[in-house]
Ligand binder design. Structure first.
Ligand SMILES: *Cc1c(COP(=O)(O)O)cnc(C)c1O
Length: 421
């Protein structure tokens, strides 16, 4: 039994000052019935808590740390840029450099805006889609998460699913009246909405690989179908690639599946661990944004030099790095096999995977919900005892990074065969 006494004491203290003791709900470990570990530092594939425990980390800050923790080129570049000031609220050359890198990487992005969180990227992309099409409604899928802006907090997966909150409090009905819900991987559910509302659907937003109800891949042809039906109806297709961007491939899911949306949102990896996200798309669509057009979107710290530098150095390490993508893919496949050998349902796309504690094939929100979360909690606790830190939720992905060594993966695969049985 490893000690977690210091973490528990810190958690008790934090709860006095911070709601739930955390600044983002899933961190509180509530669904697994444990106290969260307070992290002291990270290096490569490992994180270390304040009780002196070491873990192989598969949360990777929920995606950004694809190069592992404290990756030296990123840390050194950030240290250097900090010396010259953290923010100016005026343009810097690095913003253009990061924008150019993003546009060269992602086929669907002609022009791009930098913001500070995935939530902000998605919220802004939707405003732009509405401004461009002069329509009101959007379609989202149950179990897809697009950040915590009001209109998108319906059947939103991620932390809400973990905490069994179907729809957030504090969101007036009117705010979600323009949000239509479809069932992931179900073409008929999308057709029905377009039949009923076709002249008022500004955009359909989708996680091209759902990764916030556990990992759920799109069925073959599903993304192509979404491309087709949105185009026919004069609606925009938005790929929320906050997780998949720069992860499934350097060009993201759009490149990986060969489907070109009208707009793309990015976050997590694009900021290399700093608060940075982006939204972009067709030049004509992005042209409606102020000061060129009438759709307002702004940010005091948007594109600040520190976050931008972390993003640039991260993308440079990923660019043209086929080996890295092949390696994280291969390592994730070893973990996938370990889950399968333990009799678990498992979904994997590239370096993203989830095991589900259900006998069903998981293809959408309803089948993801059939998971036995008590069995998951027991698996989670046992993995933690083995020194392996996976997401404390059935409904989050396992992230493999370039820093995971073959030995890390072997040890994890062995632990899975014991803990996931
Ligand atoms: C994490 C996430 C977001 C929200 O990003 P934040 O930076 O947490 O605001 C949006 N969409 C998807 C698909 C995500 O995984």
């Amino acid at each position: 039994m490893i000690s977690s006494a210091k973490s528990s004491a810190c958690f008790a203290e934090a709860k006095k000052y911070i709601p739930g003791g955390v600044n983002s709900p899933v961190r509180a470990f509530r669904s697994v019935g444990l106290d969260p570990r307070f992290i002291r530092k990270g290096k490569g594939s490992r994180i270390y808590d304040i009780d002196g425990n070491e873990y192989i980390d598969y949360v990777c800050s929920w995606g950004p740390c694809i190069l592992g923790h404290a990756y030296p080129p990123v840390i050194n570049a950030v240290k250097e840029v900090c010396e010259n000031g953290l923010t100016f609220g005026a343009p810097t050359e690095r913003e253009t450099e990061l924008a150019r890198l993003i546009i060269e990487a992602v086929p669907a992005i002609d022009r791009v805006r930098l913001v500070s969180s995935g939530t902000e990227a998605v919220m802004s992309a939707i405003r732009v889609a509405r401004g461009f099409t002069k329509r009101n409604k959007i379609i989202k899928f149950t179990g897809n998460y697009h950040g915590h802006s009001d209109g998108l907090l319906v059947k939103a997966g991620s932390g809400l699913l973990t905490e069994s909150i179907p729809d957030s409090g504090g969101v007036p009905e009117g705010y979600v009246a323009y949000t239509l819900l479809a069932d992931y991987n179900n073409e008929d559910s999308v057709k029905a909405l377009f039949d009923a509302e076709k002249d008022d659907i500004a955009a359909l937003i989708v996680e091209p690989v759902a990764a916030n109800m556990g990992v759920v891949p799109p069925k073959p042809g599903f993304l192509e179908f979404l491309r087709d039906i949105t185009e026919k109806n004069g609606s925009l297709l938005i790929f929320d690639e906050v997780i998949t961007g720069f992860r499934l491939s350097y060009g993201g899911a759009g490149e990986y599946f060969g489907v070109k949306p009208d707009m793309v949102t990015l976050g997590k990896i694009v900021g290399g661990g700093m608060p940075l996200a982006a939204y972009g798309g067709r030049a004509d669509v992005m042209g409606v944004i102020a000061p060129e057009g009438p759709v307002y979107q702004a940010g005091t710290l948007s594109g600040n030099p520190v976050a931008v530098t972390a993003g640039i150095e991260t993308l440079k390490a990923l660019k043209d790095n086929k080996e890295l993508y092949e390696s994280i893919d291969r390592k994730a496949a070893v973990l996938e096999k370990a889950f399968r050998d333990s009799g678990r349902t498992v979904n994997r796309v590239g370096s993203l995977l989830s095991a589900f504690f259900t006998d069903k094939e998981v293809t959408n929100y309803a089948t993801a919900l059939s998971s036995d979360t008590k069995a998951f909690a027991s698996y989670f606790g046992r993995m933690l005892e083995e020194g392996i830190y996976v997401a404390p939720s059935q409904f989050e992905a396992m992230f493999v990074s370039a820093a995971h060594t073959d030995e890390d993966i072997e040890r994890t695969a062995k632990a899975i065969q014991v803990c996931a049985k």
